[in-house]
Design a protein around this ligand. Structure first.
Ligand SMILES: [Zn+2]
Ligand SMILES: [Zn+2]
Length: 271
């Protein structure tokens, strides 16, 4: 279930994206880095902001295409994110990598019934180690019913919906982003191999991580993310996975190039 945009700041955007029949939608459940924003113990202007858009839970999104709702990543805020966005049905979960802010909420989907989880071998192995009570011969009664599906860089389908994994590098850690139809979701990116750009042509929407203004060893900075967005050339790009150092949302959008926006929690874009 996807909510429509209700934020007046985004009416222009909404109109733009709903002028042609919508094929799908993305809802940003969380747009914050691993610490979330506000960050514990911090009293910087961003962390003290009363603007709802400066409250960023851990990065996650639901992409809905052809009546299928696909969750990308399941961080520690998942339960609250799904409740806030009235998302009561998920068809599958795609995992980008196994860092805590991307997988630690998997247990939260238990009430939604049997759930298909897609990830690389090393990711699934770690999930089994993190949640041993959910797997193996003697499962604890009432545990989440998680079906693990191993994927690699090759295309696969979920109930006929084509998913294209994109190899991205999170510093030296190879992780996955995903293309579903005309949208690609790439988080925790530092670099992308030249070979992968062919999978990112003709995108309506690109979601890309942009951590902060200063450089970081494993994440794109704002200026690096802008440069990469221009190279990929999607119709519209939305940034996610922000640290408090990124500053206020109300200031951010004004300084970004045309067709690049900073996403915020609970924003829905139809495409
Ligand atoms: Zn992360
Ligand atoms: Zn702060």
């Amino acid at each position: 279930m996807i909510n429509s945009i209700s934020d007046p700041d985004n009416l222009a955007l909404s109109a733009k994206h709903t002028s042609s029949p919508a094929q799908g939608a993305i809802t940003f459940l969380g747009t914050g880095t691993s610490t979330g924003v506000p960050q514990l113990g911090c009293s910087c202007p961003t962390c003290l902001s009363t603007d709802q858009r400066d409250k960023r839970l851990r990065t996650s999104a639901v992409i809905s295409v052809n009546n299928k709702s696909i969750l990308i990543d399941a961080g520690p805020d998942l339960r609250q994110q799904l409740i806030t966005n009235k998302t009561h049905k998920l068809d599958a979960i795609l995992l980008t990598h196994v860092h805590y802010d991307h997988v630690s909420g998997l247990d939260d989907v238990r009430p939604l019934g049997e759930m298909r989880i897609y990830g690389e071998r090393k990711v699934l192995d770690q999930i089994k180690r993190n949640m041993p009570y959910c797997f193996g011969k003697y499962k604890f009664p009432g545990v989440p019913n998680l079906d693990l599906f191993e994927i690699d860089e090759n295309e696969f389908t979920i109930d006929g919906l084509k998913i294209t994994p994109i190899r991205v590098m999170h510093a030296k850690l190879p992780i996955l982003g995903y293309r579903i139809g005309d949208i690609a979701y790439l988080t925790d990116v530092k670099t992308i191999d030249e070979n992968e750009f062919s999978k990112l042509k003709n995108l309506k929407i690109l979601v890309l991580s942009a951590l902060r203004r200063t450089e970081h060893f494993s994440h794109l900075s704002l200026s690096e993310a802008i440069k990469l967005s221009k190279k990929i050339g999607a119709n519209v790009t939305y940034f996610t996975h922000a640290s408090h150092e990124i500053g206020l949302q109300s200031e951010l959008d004004k300084e970004l190039p045309k067709n690049i926006h900073f996403a915020y929690d609970n924003l829905t874009i139809n495409f």
